[in-house]
Design a protein around this ligand. Sequence first.
Ligand SMILES: Cc1ncc(COP(=O)(O)O)c(C=O)c1O
Length: 393
Amino acid sequence: MFAVAAMADAKTKSAHEPIPMLDLRAQYAGLREEIRAALDEVLESQQFILGRQGQALEEELARYCGARYAVGVASGTDALILALHAAGVGPGDEVIVPAFTYIATADSVSLLGAKPVFADISPDTFNLDPAQIEARITPRTKAAVPVHLFGQPADLDPILEIAARQGLRVIEDNAQAIGAKYKGRATGAFGEMGSLSFFPTKNLGGYGDGGMILTNSEALDRRLRSLRFHGTGTHRYISGEQGWNSRLDEMQAAVLRVKLRHLAQWRGARQAHAARYDALLKNVPGITSPPVAAGCEHVYHQYTIRIAGSGAERDRVQKKLAERGIATTVYYPVPLHMQPMYAALGTRAGELPASERAAKEVLSLPVYPELTAAQIERVAQTLAATMREEFSP
Ligand SMILES: Cc1ncc(COP(=O)(O)O)c(C=O)c1O
């Protein structure tokens, strides 16, 4: 009797418990033993930098992403910085990046003394619009950085075709899209180099910062290994060039190796949640669900809808959802060309309309693997009810 009452109580409670954007504690609860055993192994080895775990993770992730080589570094931002530097990007150069992405896509360019040149996105996918690239190429343009935003591949074929014709290097910002596929192949290994981020909230997230660079070039692999270690080569205390101290440590690599074993299952769960949202939100006026481009596999790092309007509607809906226990996030409220740090570059409001509109309309819903079917229904129903209030005359 008591057990039944307690169960009913737990059910009622869970029906009213807030739903967060991400529940890493729930993930950890299912992995505790594996993670602790892996960390214990590192502690017993007392090898913390550039050891067995990091090397094994590099091999496993190269295979997972269909690249010949993978080089672990200290963050996804460092992955972009080292890749751009290895591609020859430096002071005075220009690099074409989408205006709608996380700031790291562009600040890795500016940190090298080069200029990010912002291009607009395709409204459907939120990714760099290939048709926007050529008009922005100047004699100083060295590279382009397509981003696979929210886990959806950018349209790589036309980007690679333009780059080959115009002599640009292509570095994929694959921070949000590990395991995504473009025309049957994993993203991150189409360009000359591709980055990964293991920031804790990523689909494959560590317990601290971490990143990786993917490449099919043996020469780049060798150079990147040197760049992450003060420019050293075969001799540890002889540096051939200026480099960085940017390594993925063994504790992170051990955690990531455990999580990698679960990544395919998590990806499936995210995709199933997205399909359920698509179905539940299909007929809700004012909402556009994220379409998946033909030939692409989306890994839903974020499930990002649009709420039609000038931004005020989206903000009101978000606030009401929060009051009703549903967390959501606006990735990203300000496109990069309108960021204060890039004011001096001179791209003005109105110049990149698809990016500016996305910043006003996007809203990401919880889509983490541990969500239950009941939670997905609750998010969708609460959202639909809130939309009716907002949009009914
Ligand atoms: C699109 C994109 N690029 C780059 C990064 C940088 O990665 P990190 O935070 O690991 O430096 C991130 C993540 O934060 C990202 O989302």
